[in-house]
Design a protein around this ligand. Sequence first.
Ligand code: T5A
Length: 206
Amino acid sequence: MNKRYFITFEGGEGAGKTSLIESIQKYLLDKDLKFISTREPGGTSFGEHIRNLLLQEKKGMKMSSKAELCLFLASRAQHIKEVIKPALDENKIVLSDRYNDSSVAYQGHARGLGIDAVIKFSSYIIEDAIPDLTLYLDIDPKIGLSRVQTKYDRIESETIEFHQKIREGFHILAEKFPQRIKIIDAQKSKKDVFDSSINYIAKLIS
Ligand code: T5A
């Protein structure tokens, strides 16, 4: 019988999360397992509005780091209530392209709000909606950014030092939560990234 599993995918810009999730979807379909695939920010109608606010460059619009964090968390609160929890309650596997670790790495570490402060603040929002497994796609930000095909959004346009801090933040998180967060070398081929990831997923769902 299908069991509920919550799996999240994290990484810097252009790490390959979307491509990896597409391959994992095919794997789960072949196994006849029930799943949903979703993303953050977004995943709900309300969340997609917030996504636009967060990612679009608007001339003259300023956004403080705390305001930015609150918007990501608002999107997440709705996402958990409307999408993640109902799917888990139906014993589905939930695949989420980004989740709370992004807030900790981006807003907590790179923006400087503090890793522990963001973990504490976000725990009120996520409650028990904690992933069973997080695959962190690790990549040199210069390589990741060079893979981005579209015009850089508000966050992608940040400095390379900012993107290096994000990577550092994810490494701190992986050390803090080694049982949950697994590091995948995202500079390898798509096939290698898939093979390493599927090892962890197969172990989890077997
Ligand atoms: N954010 C998000 C926060 O600051 N705080 C938060 O709490 C949350 C939730 C989201 C932004 O918001 C920030 C993080 C982000 O800045 P987004 O559009 O969702 O914005 O950004 P990304 O998640 O980074 O999406 P991208 O599309 O840029 O990256 P992906 O999904 O990691 O990469 P993907 O699969 O689209 O691949 C990019 C390109 O690389 C190729 C693909 O074919 C594609 O062309 N590729 C590879 N090439 C070579 N080798 C491989 N192994 C490859 N894998 C993929």
